[in-house]
Design a protein around this ligand. Structure first.
Ligand SMILES: Cc1ncc(COP(=O)(O)O)c(C=O)c1O
Length: 390
């Protein structure tokens, strides 16, 4: 996995924080002899639901699976439209497509890079059946405006919370304000189960549908049968195998125990970057809205070519040559081949996303990044600027 590859003698884009407790949890899960769909998964769901403040949680093997279950549990199907931000990862838009529905892209806010509420309103049609928002980089969206729009048009909101566990908006956790929240535990995410995800909801009926579809749509699962239920089961609906293994759930429980530390360490790293980058002309540091906290899954700067001296692409090459791991989140989806062919958008359809896309650059950030590493990244940004000035 390129984003995790250690840059030899350099600074990786991401370095996972796996400690002795995580390793012990793995061994413990193996020793329990129950390897999947068992008590650890149930415990992880309970602890996660408590942690974010949601009534029900269903653990799954990716956030992509959680998003798919979100669409299925809302009954999204052929002919329906689902509004999604244009600046996101493919999985957000793929969830409606899996169900035969059309993702309708909305533009983003120029400061936070989150979905722009006005753009949601502009895209609502008679076919719109849901809105998926993404808390880009770990900063919650404008949920008050979005929930007002959703109420006005009677539309469910799904929060793609892949980038945050624990960031808040007006005191409420991201992922718990809409009807469904979907979280990712991929290695670069806030907590990891290697691969994994969580589906949360306060709606019991929706939680039941998701749980049922996670396990093939069966009326009873292996745990029920182990607890003495009759062998007979029915298949109620077209389901999937989206289970999380016991080993992964055990890692998740262990990681969740240090969620506050993880979030604090990421915020400290982000604050250090912002402090050191403040005086660099042509670099825009992340905007922080006052009414919310930021999980800093990503630390995204904007490189303004005129003021900085070189473009984002040139800076990417300069820093990569110094063995600094970087990324770009994201190419707006309407510019990617699959969505271009499927949805027929044009260049120019999403002016804000298209304006900022050539300027955004994700710098290395992870809980254990050191101040010295951050200072070195900033130093190399300044060196690249100086070279550009001749
Ligand atoms: C915004 C967003 N949504 C969904 C996903 C999919 O997550 P997963 O890899 O857990 O399926 C990602 C993964 O990077 C993401 O960034």
């Amino acid at each position: 996995m390129s984003c995790l590859a250690k840059v030899k003698d350099g600074i990786p884009f991401f370095d996972p924080w796996i400690n002795e407790a995580d390793k012990a949890a793995v061994c413990g899960a193996f020793e329990s002899r129950w390897l999947t769909g068992g008590p650890k998964a149930v415990e992880f769901e309970k602890l996660f639901a408590e942690s974010v403040g949601s009534k029900y949680a269903v653990c799954v093997n990716s956030c992509t699976a959680a998003l798919h279950l979100a669409m299925r549990s809302l009954g999204i199907g052929p002919g329906d439209e689902v509004i999604v931000p244009v600046l996101t990862f493919a999985a957000t838009a793929n969830a409606p497509i899996f169900c035969g529905a059309r993702p309708v892209f909305a533009d983003i806010d120029e400061k936070t890079y989150n979905i722009a509420p006005q753009s949601i309103v502009d895209k609502i049609s008679k076919k719109t059946k849901a809105i998926i928002v993404v808390h880009y980089g770990g900063q919650p969206c404008d949920m008050k405006e979005i929930m007002n729009i959703a109420e006005d048009y009677d539309l469910p909101v799904v929060e793609d919370s892949a980038h945050t566990v624990g960031a808040t908006y007006l005191g409420r956790n991201a992922g718990t304000m809409g009807v469904i929240g979907c979280f990712s535990f991929y290695p670069t995410k806030i907590i990891t189960t290697l691969e994994g995800g969580m589906f949360v909801t306060n709606d019991e009926a929706i939680g039941k549908i998701a749980k049922n579809l996670r396990e093939h749509g069966m009326s009873k699962n292996a745990a029920d049968r182990e607890r003495g239920a009759a062998w007979y089961y029915d298949v109620m609906d077209l389901g999937y195998n989206y289970r999380l293994t016991e080993v992964q759930a055990a890692i998740g429980i262990s990681q969740l125990k240090r969620l506050d530390d993880i979030n604090r360490m990421r915020v400290n790293a982000a604050n250090k970057y912002t402090e050191l980058l403040r005086e660099v002309d042509g670099i825009i540091t992340p905007f922080e809205a006052k009414d919310r906290t930021h999980a800093y899954h990503l630390y995204v700067i904007r490189v303004l070519e005129k003021e900085f001296g070189i473009s984002r692409d040139k800076l990417f090459v300069e820093l990569s040559n110094k063995k600094i791991g970087l990324s770009v989140h994201y190419t707006p989806l309407h510019l990617l081949t699959y969505y271009r062919n499927l949805l027929h958008y044009n260049v120019g359809d999403f002016p804000v996303a298209e304006k900022i896309y050539p300027e955004i650059l994700s710098l290395p950030i992870f809980p254990t990044i050191t101040e010295a590493q951050i200072a070195e990244v900033v130093n190399q940004i300044k060196v690249a600027k100086k070279i550009s000035q001749g």
